[in-house]
Design a protein around this ligand. Structure first.
Ligand SMILES: [Cu+2]
Length: 317
């Protein structure tokens, strides 16, 4: 659509000029991958459309206060008993409907598109991400390795993120690549991201979850696929395995630096963690009285799973 393009162009120009004037770096406005780019275009379109609305409202506002000012000479056009104008009623019903359609259609369309892989022809790399106050634990199920506060990804390959939380609800956000999505206990959320540039991008938690919330950041390192494979091999051969004892330390609220592990215990895979939390059924208020018995059972088996001492580790030192 021609209009869409010119409105988008105008708002891009306006946002860019704002960006140069303030001199600040707004990663969302400089997307480094297809997911972020789609979100960027949606921002431009919404911003442009809303600017048009604001512009028209302010022009009408100026016209009204000048045309109907109290000290005008001819006041015959003022009728205090004037009501029931069908023409006006239709006008101010139809215009908002059009605006809502113009906003809703692209938003809902992108919402559905973003559920799918941005590059379906390339097999995605699955990464499990877990938020813990106030850190991010990443697990690579195919590679068998794990990291803390750093996410290495191969460029040009879709990353399928499977996310959950160990404690408080958080939100996963990499402004340069796209997002955000909430993380919660007992349930996985999913998001695709993809970088089409080599570089390091900042990621963060975008949902307030306690006093060190601002420190819950991580780096996304985008590399060529061969560099990524080399990194995996280096982690496997030089880093220690993540033991359950070590993970118990990570479970406690704290701010930690970057870490990498050559292996991780199976019990901390997202699905195993979610089962431990009892999934949706185990959450209070989620089941009626007839089902509460079964959720009691799952809570009991969950507490058994809590005792993880002496469990076998995947890989090992
Ligand atoms: Cu909200």
């Amino acid at each position: 659509m021609k209009v869409v393009k010119s409105v988008s162009k105008a708002s891009a120009l306006f946002l860019l000029s704002l960006f140069f004037l303030t001199g600040c770096d707004i990663p969302v406005l400089q997307p480094k991958g297809p997911v972020g780019r789609q979100e960027y275009h949606l921002i431009l379109w919404s911003f442009g459309l809303m600017s048009v609305v604001v512009l028209i409202v302010f022009i009408l506002f100026a016209v009204m206060i000048i045309k109907y000012r109290a000290n005008r000479k001819d006041t015959t056009n003022y009728d205090p008993e004037n009501h029931g104008s069908a023409k006006l009623e239709v006008l101010w019903t139809i215009i908002p409907i059009i605006i809502v359609i113009l906003m809703a259609v692209p938003t809902v369309t992108s919402e559905y598109n973003l559920q799918k892989s941005p590059t379906p022809s390339v097999k995605p790399l699955t990464v499990e991400a877990t938020s813990i106050q106030w850190k991010w634990v990443f697990k690579y199920p195919e590679q068998g390795i794990s990291t803390v506060n750093e996410l290495y990804i191969p460029k040009d390959r879709p990353i399928k993120l499977v996310l959950n939380s160990q404690d408080a609800m958080a939100s996963f956000w990499v402004p340069s690549l796209g997002g955000q999505i909430y993380t919660m206990t007992g349930m996985n959320t999913h998001m695709y991201l993809q970088a089409d540039e080599i570089g390091t991008f900042q990621g963060r938690a975008a949902n307030f979850n306690g006093k060190k919330f601002a420190d819950q950041t991580f780096d996304v390192v985008s590399q060529s696929s061969s560099d990524f494979n080399n990194w995996v091999q280096t982690v496997k051969s030089t880093k220690p395995a993540l033991t359950m004892n070590e993970y118990k330390k990570l479970e406690k609220p704290s701010v930690v630096g970057k870490m990498a592990f050559s292996a991780y215990p199976k019990q901390i895979s997202n699905d195993a963690m979610n089962a431990k939390f009892g999934g949706m059924e185990g959450m209070p208020g989620m089941s009626d009285s007839s089902e509460s018995k079964s959720s009691d059972d799952s809570a009991k088996s969950g507490s058994k799973a809590d005792d993880m001492s002496g469990m076998s580790m995947k890989g090992g030192n």
